[in-house]
Write a protein that binds this ligand. Structure first.
Ligand SMILES: [Zn+2]
Length: 134
């Protein structure tokens, strides 16, 4: 599937406020509300492998920690989440941070409030160490 096409689908999902939850074990994505999905069903089916990949728990996500709604299925779809780690958000206290790579400011973000998650809350201090280590 072309990247542009996928982006269109994701934008439409956001526009219609469609929610989705992936069950990777069963290879199923539950999508709702049904009346907003009907005419998108074919497009969503075509995008399923990519959507499934983006909706799954990233490497490092604590097994016991469920995804924080609604951030995950609203936002995770649009980004490459490389990994996760235990690091408390300074703003909302959510215990997990995710590393987002394909955004304007790659770095660690809180998956609950969507803000950069660094202890001082001053942008992306981790960006420097990230580029230095690669
Ligand atoms: Zn937060």
């Amino acid at each position: 599937m072309a990247a542009k096409e996928l982006k269109e689908i994701i934008l439409e999902v956001w526009r219609r406020e469609i929610r989705m939850v992936a069950n990777p074990q069963k290879r199923v994505i539950t999508v709702w509300p049904a009346d907003k999905v009907q005419d998108l069903a074919e497009a969503l089916k075509a995008a399923k492998p990519e959507l499934m990949r983006r909706l799954q728990k990233p490497k490092g996500w604590p097994r016991y920690e469920p995804f924080p709604p609604p951030w995950w299925d609203r936002i995770a779809l649009g980004f490459e989440i490389a990994q996760a780690r235990l690091r408390e958000c300074a703003r909302c206290g959510y215990p997990v941070s995710v590393l987002v790579e394909n955004c304007q400011q790659p770095g660690w973000y809180c998956p609950k409030c969507g803000k950069p998650s660094n202890p001082k809350g001053n942008g992306h201090a981790s960006k420097r160490s990230l580029s230095a280590s690669t």
